[in-house]
Design a protein around this ligand. Structure first.
Ligand SMILES: N[C@@H](CCC(=O)N[C@@H](CS)C(=O)NCC(=O)O)C(=O)O
Length: 305
């Protein structure tokens, strides 16, 4: 399926102009919610559970009719789907009457496109991490997945093994459910994946820190909040949410200040912070304490990369 832009087929008959199928915890969903909030577009929300938030609703018959790829977010415009989150945010700006999150100067727009592309999650998240910072995020989230999956019944994961088209994702959760934080021991291949992602994201963040230092302005493109900021806001938030901020932000003062400005925005609170979830809250709390107590986590979160 060509996933570019709006598809030529409808997935439902609806009178709603905009429907977003999303998950409170999913990074790409958060990006699109933040964009909708910035653009002040009203939309209907359909929350779809991922295994992390309780069950594989994303692999249910009903949702596979909306997206056979079994991923969120999916944005519907009058029933027609747009599948990729980076496509969705560009589409929304084209359709919206307010154009303020796209720069008017062509050169600035090119710079914005560069940072949006860099932050995107494209294809297999274990590939091309040197190009796409978004692809580093899956592996960096493994410790939080391991904390959340404790609260999910095994039979809910097995449902994914049968119905989810992306079996590799389901296997990962089975390993995390079975081994817990032992999956991060020093000889584990999972730990190697995390360390590779840490190295790659660190390079992207160094570049962003340097860009912010040279520009000396509030946002990535001059002084206005654009799609580039929307895309990076959710990545920085995920880094902090898992507890990587201590090692990834500490030598990047311009990035740290920038993230403080992001967090102060009302749209960020409305579209990200206010979407809490019981399993996510429990997972974050337990992970915070385990990073100090569990030897595998302790060393993972303090080692250089
Ligand atoms: N490239 C896609 C990635 C979508 C994606 O992988 N979404 C994740 C949540 S962030 C998902 O739905 N995963 C399904 C699962 O893990 O079962 C995008 O940018 O929208």
């Amino acid at each position: 399926m060509d996933k570019e832009g709006k598809q030529s087929f409808k997935v439902i008959d609806t009178d709603e102009k905009w429907i977003l199928y999303h998950n409170c915890f999913s990074l790409c969903s958060r990006k699109v919610r933040l964009c909708l909030e910035e653009l002040e577009i009203e939309y209907k929300q359909e929350h779809i559970d991922l295994i992390e938030t309780g069950k594989y609703e994303v692999a249910s018959k009903n949702f596979l009719r909306i997206n056979p790829g079994a991923t969120v977010p999916v944005l519907l415009h009058e029933g027609y789907p747009i599948y990729e989150s980076h496509e969705q945010i560009y589409y929304l700006t084209k359709e919206s009457s307010s154009s303020f999150i796209i720069p008017s100067v062509e050169n600035d727009k090119k710079t914005m496109d560069y940072w949006v592309k860099k932050s995107s999650m494209v294809g297999d998240p274990m590939e091309n991490q040197d190009i796409y910072a978004g692809n580093c995020i899956g592996a960096l989230t493994f410790p939080l997945f391991a904390s959340m999956i404790k609260y999910i019944n095994f039979n809910k994961i097995v449902f994914g093994l049968i119905n989810h088209p992306l079996k590799i994702r389901v296997f990962l959760f089975i390993i995390l459910k079975m081994f817990g934080y032992k999956a991060f021991s020093s000889s584990s291949p999972i730990r190697r994946l995390i360390k590779r992602s840490l190295k790659n994201i660190n390079n992207h963040l160094l570049e962003l820190n340097n860009h912010l230092k040279i520009k000396e302005e509030d946002w990535i493109i001059n002084n206005s909040f654009t799609l580039a900021d929307i895309s990076w806001a959710v990545i920085l938030h995920r880094i902090e949410e898992v507890g990587w901020d201590e090692i990834l932000f500490r030598d990047k003062p311009f990035l740290e200040d920038y993230y403080k400005r992001v967090k102060a925005k009302k749209s960020f609170k409305n579209s990200i912070i206010n979407y809490d979830h019981e399993i996510l809250d429990k997972g974050k709390t337990i992970l915070k304490s385990k990073i100090k107590e569990d030897q595998n986590l302790k060393s993972l979160f303090s080692e250089s990369f």
